[in-house]
Design a protein around this ligand. Structure first.
Ligand code: IPM
Ligand code: MG
Length: 365
């Protein structure tokens, strides 16, 4: 029997509640396949800072180093609570970015997937949404402004200033380009390259390398779109996109817009792939305002499990089954209070109620 060790990092806020539902799905998948998932939890995020004095404690680093894959919940605190933690130990700077850097998880896959069962969650008009949308944002995750040089100080005129650099070298662009072209090749053969080359030199180099790598993929058509225009098209005609590739900061912003198209970031799972290790996480924050109330939908966490099954363990069929099980729960009219207002046509259930129904549907597949 194959054993896969998975590090579970619950994170903060709603993290532990939605992680518990993801674990139920992993347990069922293990039960009916010739596979064992060795699940081990580690402290991570603001909660880890309070319990261990560090947002990414050494024990958790060792656990992640030894794991075959990492499943991570959302991290972060309310603005007020964050102030209790020193700036460099706040969970984004103290845990999440170091996790990305440690495993060089340069390729971030963020599916914006709206099948007909959840099309009603979208704020866009039905004539724009049509039969739903299904595209994927590929975001470069370990370069650009996030990881460039940073400097703050007081200038000669006595004024405070800041300087942060957007850095990429051609190898960094080339590897994400390759991932994007390969993904487009497996899908519809169209790649939208998002850039700002009318202003940023970084985009000029980015586009040059995209074209060079594109020459190796004659079956993929590359379309260059300025990032601001792409933001507009995402609202006016999201159906035109299939695979989009972009640098780190653009990807942060446009992927949240993707969540807006779906109606909630709670419908956005993701995969962060490095050369040797991958971690999987919801694209959203820890929603401290609704933590502990069992009203958060675990879709993004369970969707991250589906991505892990496919991308880390090659279990494509089970991955598809997990997606299908979630859609069929929505298809029966069930929803959770974070996604839906109480109304006659919604069968309102809790976080764990949703997880239980997903497991029940999954058993049938
Ligand atoms: C995301 C998040 C993170 C990011 C934050 C929490 C640092 O917004 O994964 O999109 O900006 O990358
Ligand atoms: Mg973000």
């Amino acid at each position: 029997m194959t054993t896969h060790k998975i590090a579970l990092l619950d994170g903060d806020g709603i993290g532990p509640e939605i992680m518990a539902e993801a674990v139920k799905v992993l347990e069922l998948v293990a039960e009916r396949n010739d596979i064992e998932f060795q699940l081990e939890s580690g402290a991570f995020g603001a909660s880890a800072y309070f319990s261990h004095g560090h947002a990414f404690p050494d024990e958790t680093k060792a656990l992640c180093d030894s794991a075959d894959a990492i499943l991570k919940g959302p991290i972060g605190l309310s603005h007020e609570e964050s102030k209790k933690i020193p700036v460099d130990m706040q969970p984004e700077r103290g845990a999440l970015l170091p996790l990305r850097r440690r495993y060089d998880t340069f390729a971030n896959f963020r599916p914006v997937y709206l099948p007909k069962e959840i099309a009603h969650f979208s704020p866009l008009k039905p004539e724009i949404i049509g039969d739903g949308v299904d595209f994927i944002i590929i975001r470069e995750l370990v370069g650009g402004l996030y990881f460039g040089k940073k400097e703050t100080g007081v200038n000669d005129a006595g004024r405070r200033y800041v300087n942060e650099s957007l850095e990429y070298d051609e190898d960094q662009i080339e590897r994400i380009a390759r991932v994007a072209f390969e993904t487009a090749q497996k899908r519809k053969g169209v790649l939208h390259n998002i850039h700002k080359s009318n202003v940023l030199k970084s985009s000029v180099l980015w586009n040059e390398v995209m074209e060079e790598v594109g020459a190796e993929f004659p079956d993929v058509e590359i379309k260059h779109i300025l990032v601001d225009a792409a933001a507009t098209y995402l609202c006016l005609n999201p159906g035109q996109f299939d695979v989009m590739v972009m640098e780190n900061m653009f990807g942060d912003i446009l992927s949240d817009q993707g969540g807006g198209i779906l109606g909630s970031l709670g419908l956005m799972p993701s995969a962060c792939m490095g050369p040797d290790k991958a971690y999987y996480e919801p694209s959203h924050g820890s929603a401290p305002d609704i933590a502990g109330q069992k009203i958060a939908n675990p879709y993004s966490m369970i969707g991250s499990v589906a991505m892990m099954l496919e991308m880390s363990f090659g279990m494509d069929t089970e991955a598809r089954n997990v997606w299908q099980a979630m859609q069929s729960v929505f298809g029966q009219g069930y929803s959770t209070p974070d996604l839906s207002k109480p109304g006659s046509d919604v069968r309102m259930i809790s976080t764990d109620g949703f997880g239980d129904l997903v497991v029940e549907e999954l058993r049938k597949l």
